[in-house]
Design a protein around this ligand. Structure first.
Ligand code: ZN
Length: 205
């Protein structure tokens, strides 16, 4: 039973604490980073054996989904950041809003249909999720994040890909209990690799 914890939109103010908890439980995770936060946190993520993956630089929907070229230009910026800090060529991505997002239709009709193909042509693997912590929506408590993640973890035999955000303190605060519950119930917490189960969504634009 494999759980892939993934943390988007960082690094940020809670990332160091999260890394400490992951280390304490010998758990690995995946960080879909942007251009925010301290370089030293991305260095720690990488050095401590987690996957550092790309989530665009600006995470600005109007900008990244303005055109195919705009998307890749923005992606290249965060890729260069990760390369400068770690020396590593990141080849895994998550689209802002996921591949199923419909918001991009405001800016470019059909862009997700095109980008999901083109990123793979360019050698990237893209990842969505099948367990949402709810931390990007109405959920604002650690208890609710914990309940959402634990309830979702057991449902997916091919692996649970859990969406969280390490820029949200209440979400990071739930991680220790998630790890304790998981390890007591036979789950292992692994990082995503390019060939891991990707939990792809349907495309809506
Ligand atoms: Zn995001």
């Amino acid at each position: 039973k494999i759980v892939y914890l993934t943390f988007d939109d960082g690094p940020g103010a809670y990332t160091a604490k999260l890394l400490d908890v992951l280390k304490k439980y010998d758990a690995k995770a995946t960080f879909f980073v942007t251009c925010v936060g301290d370089d030293s946190l991305i260095k720690r993520e990488y050095d401590e054996g987690h996957t550092v993956a790309l989530h665009t630089c600006t995470h600005n929907y109007a900008k990244v989904y303005a055109s195919d070229a705009a998307f890749f230009s923005d992606l290249d910026t965060v890729k260069a950041r990760v390369k400068r800090i770690t020396g590593y060529d990141a080849n895994m991505i998550r689209f802002p809003g996921g591949s199923s997002n419909a918001i991009s239709a405001r800016y470019s009709s059909g862009i997700m249909s095109r980008l999901t193909k083109e990123v793979q042509n360019r050698g990237y693997a893209y990842f969505d999720w099948n367990v949402s912590s709810g931390d990007a929506g109405g959920t604002t408590s650690s208890d609710a994040v914990y309940r959402n993640v634990v309830a979702g973890m057991g449902k997916f035999a091919s692996g649970a890909v859990v969406l969280q955000h390490d820029i949200k303190g209440f979400s990071v605060d739930a991680v220790e209990r998630i790890l304790q519950y998981g390890q007591e119930h036979g789950f292992v917490f692994e990082k995503l690799t390019p060939t891991s189960y990707a939990a792809h969504h349907g495309i809506n634009n």
